[in-house]
Write a protein that binds this ligand. Structure first.
Ligand code: PLP
Length: 450
């Protein structure tokens, strides 16, 4: 049996060309779009009658079913400006999930606001709405649900909570471009919502970019001003007058044009992905001990990322803990050529930047007068810890529209490994195991579930 595994010398199941797929897919339409800008000589939102940024903004607003979209130079900046435009103040508390990209929790710091973390749901990996209320205080001003991995969060429950407590909802829809929840489009359900156009996203640019969407004209106007040092660029002649604090956070026209070309192909790509990804998930779901991502009937999964949870007991391995099982599986499957990765090795509150509670020196914003103390203790996020310990991900670049043959090969590799689970069990038992977050100083033994 052992000889069958690539780890012990057999040919890996996955051929090299299927280990790293091309994403973004760049076509002649993208090249033409970029050249169109170079020939136009209008490169920035400040150029008179610049068509690409305004074109992207109106197409994106339509895509999201919102009245306005404002393009900026990253998804992180989109979050920061949305919070600013909505009036988040120093010392306000902003509720975020304990599992996300760090930008979700870092963005409130831009306004000297304090992130407050809530554990996740073990099935959807999104914020656990049942745990939000206990984190609401007299300082809470907003909640940022994240549609993690491409699956919309429980927006009705979140909006009901927000209404009850007078909170703003800002959707971090970065990973769920085009997704829907009970017939509503991702991005259309918050006071403002944000997207990223970085190269890993389903509608990317050839670099970095982001968008804020909203139905609120004032919020849109404020975001437009915040991205150009507080100026108003809608006057016939530029006046160079700054009405408010801002920075230079503009998207370039070349990047906007590239994204418009990508957006034109998005639904064709998504249709192909909606065919090949479920087939792959069905094959993996048939193996005991693998929990594959699912979408509740009331929302679409945009397959930004696939997170697989591994349960050693269901796989028939008694006496093997989840963490070592996941670690052994990763080694064996990587040897077979399956490009599995971690996505986040530590719950967000455990990130050193939050542990230090000092973003600006002198402990700000946590030391601002009247601010509630924060614990940021991993023990308060048991589900996030458990999920990080027992799961591995396939990222967007392995899920491109033509990934069908690669996904077939990955499924065959999993099946080969599952025929050798006794070997995986032996490897897992022999590991000197530490949880993924042990690499971070101060968290060596924390939150351990093994
Ligand atoms: C959930 C989430 N929020 C925010 C961001 C920030 O976007 P950007 O990388 O464009 O700054 C990302 C980036 O990938 C993300 O995944």
């Amino acid at each position: 049996m052992t000889a069958q595994l690539a780890m012990f010398g057999s040919k890996p199941v996955v051929e090299p060309e299927h280990r790293r797929l091309e994403w973004p897919v760049v076509t002649q339409a993208d090249r033409d779009a970029v050249l169109r800008v170079l020939d136009s000589r209008k490169f920035t939102v400040g150029a008179k009658n610049e068509p690409e940024i305004s074109g992207l903004e109106s197409e994106w607003a339509e895509f999201c079913d919102t009245r306005y979209a404002v393009a900026v130079n990253s998804g992180t900046v989109a979050l920061e400006l949305a919070l600013t435009a909505l009036g988040i103040q120093p010392g306000d508390e902003v509720i975020v999930p304990a599992l996300s990209y760090v930008a979700t929790a870092m963005a409130p710091l831009y306004q000297l606001a304090v992130p407050v973390f809530v554990d996740i749901d073990p099935v959807t990996f999104n914020i656990d709405v049942r745990r939000v209320e206990e984190k609401i205080t007299d300082r809470t001003r907003a909640i940022i649900p994240v549609h993690l991995g491409g699956l919309p969060a429980d927006m009705d429950e979140i909006r009901a909570l927000a209404r009850r407590h007078g909170l703003l909802v800002i959707e971090d829809a970065v990973q769920a471009q085009g997704g829907t929840y009970r017939g509503e489009t991702a991005g259309s359900m918050g006071a403002a919502s944000v997207f990223s156009l970085n190269v890993e996203k389903s509608v990317p640019t050839c670099g970095e970019g982001g968008l804020i969407v909203t139905d609120d004209e004032e919020v849109a106007t404020r975001c437009r001003s915040l991205r150009v040092l507080g100026e108003d660029l809608s006057t016939d002649e530029r006046l160079y007058v700054s009405a408010t604090r801002g920075s230079n956070l503009k998207l370039s026209s070349v990047l906007a044009a590239f994204t418009r070309a990508q957006l034109g192909r998005f639904w064709d790509y998504q249709e192909r992905r909606d065919k090949n990804i479920p087939v792959f998930l069905e094959r993996l779901g048939a193996l005991p001990g693998i929990v594959v991502p699912t979408a509740p009937d009331d929302r679409t999964h945009m397959w930004h990322m696939l997170r697989f949870r591994f349960d050693p007991r269901a796989a028939g391995l008694e006496g093997v803990a989840a963490g070592p099982f996941r670690q052994a599986l990763r080694r064996v499957l990587l040897a077979e050529g399956v490009p599995l990765t971690h996505y986040q090795i530590i719950p967000l509150p455990g990130q050193p930047v939050f542990q230090k509670q000092d973003a600006y020196g002198k402990g700000y914003p946590w030391s601002l007068p009247g601010v509630n103390p924060q614990r940021y203790d991993l023990a308060d996020y048991p589900v996030t810890c458990q999920v990080i310990e027992d799961s591995l991900c396939l990222r967007r670049m392995h899920l491109n529209p033509d990934a069908g043959p690669a996904l077939d090969a990955y499924a065959s590799a999993f099946e080969r490994v599952w025929e050798n689970l006794d070997v995986v069990g032996r490897i897992a038992r022999s590991l000197d195991y530490a949880p993924p977050w042990a690499v971070v100083k101060g968290h060596e033994g924390a939150g351990r579930t093994a």
